[in-house]
Design a protein. Structure first.
Length: 248
């Protein structure tokens, strides 16, 4: 009889515990959503055009992990989710590509010429007078597998790029990577598009394909959505801050 009572007590205890945990989870989701609703209300999103550039595409696959995960697909998946979140909030969104393709003249005879044409066509969009912010999505890779975490690069040609990069870094660290201590980095001549972009522009290296654990996350639909949401919140925070500055 005592064992039965103990079993019933344990069952009730775990049911209550699960209910409390679920309640806290829903409360957290509610708070996050409320915060972002308030943030969106402070931003004239319908007046802001964001260009999303999913790096690489088609025959230019980008980095490849040891187990064959190709960068271009992850870039596009995260970019598509980001586009979805931005459009739901009223932003105008342009993309350099929305499938496994690249821009420019693809009838040129050599890969080098086709890549150059692609870069020039992307740069034309980067510098469009209709674009307010440019977000380029990429993945990193290194010779050693121990490195992980996102890093944000920013264009040196508009001071708002650094602000956007800082907002993005804080958002990714806050939502996804609390142990990430990487600083934002001003782009040099080795990052052609950022170095030649005149609009506010950043490049987000979301993680390392040379790290097997991070590759598995980056290749999962759930983490791609989380990364896109973190980038979305970073952009929203930057726009909110800019809007507040204009009001002042």
């Amino acid at each position: 009889m005592e064992k039965l009572k103990q079993s019933i007590f344990n069952i009730i205890f775990y049911i209550i515990l699960i209910a409390i945990i679920l309640g806290l989870v829903f409360l957290l989701i509610f708070v996050i959503m409320k915060i972002n609703v308030y943030a969106v209300e402070e931003v004239p999103t319908e007046q802001i055009c964001v260009l999303i550039d999913p790096g690489h595409g088609a025959e230019d696959g980008g980095a490849v992990s040891d187990d064959g995960v190709v960068e271009k697909g992850i870039n596009l998946a995260i970019s598509n989710y980001l586009k979805e979140y931005l459009e739901l909030s009223g932003f105008e969104v342009l993309m350099t590509r929305d499938d496994d393709n690249i821009m420019g003249d693809q009838t040129l005879p050599t890969l080098t010429e086709r890549r150059r044409s692609d870069m020039n066509a992307r740069l034309d969009l980067y510098n469009s007078k209709d674009v307010d912010y440019v977000v380029s999505i990429h993945q990193n890779k290194f010779t050693e597998s121990k490195y992980s975490g996102a890093q944000v690069f920013y264009s040196p040609n508009d001071e708002r790029s650094e602000k956007l990069a800082d907002c993005m870094r804080r958002s990714i660290v806050g939502f996804l990577q609390p142990e990430n201590e990487r600083d934002i980095v001003k782009a040099g001549s080795n990052i052609y598009l950022l170095n030649n972009c005149n609009n506010p522009c950043i490049l987000v290296e979301c993680g390392f394909l040379s790290n097997p654990e991070e590759t598995a996350k980056l290749n999962s639909d759930e983490y791609q959505r989380q990364m896109a949401f973190s980038i979305y919140c970073g952009l929203l925070d930057c726009c909110r801050s800019a809007s507040a500055d204009n009001i002042r």
